[in-house]
Design a protein around this ligand. Structure first.
Ligand SMILES: Cc1cc2nc3c(=O)[nH]c(=O)nc-3n(C[C@H](O)[C@H](O)[C@H](O)COP(=O)(O)OP(=O)(O)OC[C@H]3O[C@@H](n4cnc5c(N)ncnc54)[C@H](O)[C@@H]3O)c2cc1C
Length: 380
């Protein structure tokens, strides 16, 4: 049980966006507490991209160098034809990203990233085993009730509670996210098998077939000891109750077999692979109401094809912190409005391009995403 009954700012969810918000708000001097439903931290997920736009935020909370040390540093984002291997685009990252966009571009294990984010939070300000079950806005605060029986009041509440957000439901009513018509397979590969192919694997490459089917493959550790892929495949429905189910090498072979030898080597090195539905929601017209506001997947979930879902959550956290710093908590209504004004167009644009799955398939300038600095961008 936590020994507190009132806080200034409550962040619901200690995922990638919530943990970033809590760290930034602590850094800015706010009294902030983060409440997470999971009983303890667990190293979940697999690969994730962190662009220079977000490494600049991690710089502020002292994590940039540590993450740069753990993660892999792709020199390019390659797009290649999945059958012929022809290069469709080569987007320079590596030193180019540092010089032109102001920070490194890394690919990393989601669990490694999340562990570092949780580690920088003051232990007494992050509360596991706190699943929010009810929330009631009152005249001068918000009363939160947790599944463990505890009740805590907050002056403002930030919903960083992901795709099935309770806060979003509170603000907008019950509405299940929509199945997007796409699934993704995810696998960390057996490196011995992968190396036995004798092929050199690029640090970050997206293999494409007709109808935008693809396999995005990349390293998740700087020492080259882990390689990961995530696919995108159009499938009519998701008939399972579970959030993900097992897939198999045979299923990968049936979908992607007969492709370029490097793709075949990815399939051959697959031991454990799961498949996940991708969920969607329409761009949101309401980011906050009263003393509650949303960020990240709670607000604008997207298909992962642009590798910016978590990045948008963390950008939200940075901009929201800046807005609250400018206005103070007392004028939260103004802060929430400026936050929405600053974030809405960019998050919606990224959400739209992610869902269209066109990002970097052909040569294009990604500077509007990567060179953006959420710590200094003009507030709306
Ligand atoms: C388990 C998991 C694995 C993922 N793996 C990958 C991956 O490998 N690659 C990739 O690109 N993306 C992955 N994603 C998606 C990506 O991480 C998200 O786009 C990004 O994390 C969005 O950040 P967020 O903070 O908005 O939401 P999330 O990171 O989803 O965090 C939401 C948090 O809120 C908590 N929560 C929810 N409801 C409540 C409640 N009622 N009370 C208290 N806490 C609550 C959840 O437990 C969770 O910790 C994964 C997401 C999850 C949850």
């Amino acid at each position: 049980m936590t020994a507190i009954d009132t806080v200034d700012i409550a962040v619901i969810g200690a995922g990638l966006g919530g943990a970033a918000a809590a760290a930034l708000l602590v850094d800015a001097g706010f009294d902030v507490h983060c409440f997470e439903q999971a009983p303890e931290f667990t190293r979940l997920g697999a690969g994730i991209h962190i662009g220079p736009n977000v490494m600049k935020i991690f710089r502020k909370i002292g994590l940039e160098d540590r993450l740069a040390e753990i993660g892999a540093h792709p020199d390019f984002w390659f797009s290649r034809d999945g059958t012929t291997g022809e290069y469709l685009s080569r987007i320079p990252l590596g030193d180019h990203a540092k010089k032109e966009y102001g920070a490194p571009y890394i690919t990393i294990h989601r669990g490694d990233l999340h562990a570092e984010q949780i580690d920088v939070l003051p232990k007494n300000q992050v509360h596991f085993d706190h699943r929010l079950t009810e929330i009631e806005e009152r005249d001068s605060d918000v009363l939160m009730t947790f599944a463990n029986g505890q009740q805590i009041a907050a002056r403002i509440v930030i919903g960083a509670d992901g795709i099935n957000s309770l806060l979003r439901e509170k603000l907008l009513g019950k509405e299940r996210p929509r199945y997007s018509g796409w699934i993704g397979h995810r696998a960390l590969l057996n490196m011995d098998k992968l190396r036995a192919s004798g092929l050199e694997f690029e640090t970050c490459v997206k293999w494409w077939w007709e109808q935008s089917r693809h396999i995005m493959a990349y390293a998740t550790k700087g020492d080259g000891s882990e390689y990961y892929y995530v696919t995108g495949v159009p499938v009519d429905s998701w008939p399972h109750e579970e959030g993900f189910v097992d897939s198999s090498r045979e299923e990968m072979e049936a979908i992607f077999g007969g492709g370029h030898p490097m793709v075949q080597a990815l399939i051959d090195a697959t031991e454990t692979v799961t498949k996940w539905p991708f969920w969607n929601r329409d761009p949101l017209n309401l980011w906050s109401r009263g003393r509650m506001c949303l960020l990240g997947d709670a607000c604008h979930p997207m298909r992962p094809h642009m590798a910016q879902g978590a990045c948008m959550a963390i950008e939200d956290a940075a901009v929201l912190t800046r807005c609250l710093t400018e206005t103070g908590i007392g004028d939260y209504a103004n802060a929430f409005q400026v936050y929405e004004n600053t974030r809405r167009d960019r998050a919606t644009k990224v959400q739209t391009i992610s869902n269209a799955n066109t990002w970097l398939k052909e040569p294009e300038d990604p500077a509007w995403v990567y060179a953006y600095d959420p710590m200094t961008a003009a507030l709306g």
